[in-house]
Ligand binder design. Sequence first.
Ligand SMILES: NC(=O)c1ccc[n+]([C@@H]2O[C@H](COP(=O)([O-])OP(=O)(O)OC[C@H]3O[C@@H](n4cnc5c(N)ncnc54)[C@H](OP(=O)(O)O)[C@@H]3O)[C@@H](O)[C@H]2O)c1
Length: 242
Amino acid sequence: MRYVFITGTSRGLGNALLEMFQEDRIISISRSEVETDYPLHKIFHIDFLDEGRLEQSVDEIFSSIDPESGDEIFLINNAGIVDPVKSVANIDAESFLNNYKVNVLAPALFMKGFVNHFKDHQGAKRILTVSSGAALNPIEGWAAYCSSKAAVNMVSDVLRLEMDRLKYPIFSATFRPGVIDTDMQEEIRASEEEDFPDVARFQKYKETNKLYNKKTVAYVLKRVITSDNFAFSESFSISDFL
Ligand SMILES: NC(=O)c1ccc[n+]([C@@H]2O[C@H](COP(=O)([O-])OP(=O)(O)OC[C@H]3O[C@@H](n4cnc5c(N)ncnc54)[C@H](OP(=O)(O)O)[C@@H]3O)[C@@H](O)[C@H]2O)c1
């Protein structure tokens, strides 16, 4: 039996993942209500902007399963925000911080909880954090997003090193999913050109059907996390699969 912890299941890629893992025991972690036709083993609601509550809830979330009854345990850090889309000169402290809470701190706290709860468990244990090509390439107007995804990549990479010391290893990697047709892209397309000079390129992606369907991306993500090669790479890209 496989347990799969997934964050950001209310919309977008996270919601599509519920179908992909329908045969497994899904522990759904979201801020908003989740609408789905697929069974959820456990449901937790948390706003990642409330880092105090998040830190407390992480223990409760990982204690909610009995690891001995599962032979595989996965964590998919999927929830993320692109906001604030503005030039560095115009981003206030709170907006920077909120982005980092959702995109860096929350996945880091989930990694911490996962390691502390399951390090002695002998089954397969894998963490996949949804990152972005924006972690590797600077994009005007996306300082918070680019830097947050670069930071979470590094948290995952450091964790990989630390996991070498465990008797029963936990493998951690990141995944670049390409440009997906979700609310996040809608938000990006609605940006003002003065905040995001490249907005026309993203509007064109939609007009010319260049966006990946979220189900396709969810399918590839499942292939990544279940792959025999998962342990051997710190990062995966959808372009390696499609
Ligand atoms: N879409 C793309 O083109 C694209 C490209 C590269 C990488 N990604 C990455 O892929 C992942 C999924 O993105 P998506 O396109 O599916 O985004 P989305 O449709 O905008 O969904 C974002 C998810 O994150 C959750 N979330 C946002 N703020 C939260 C908070 N404060 N606390 C808890 N949950 C929160 C949302 O919950 P609510 O419903 O409660 O807001 C929602 O479930 C993200 O990590 C994103 O950075 C996306």
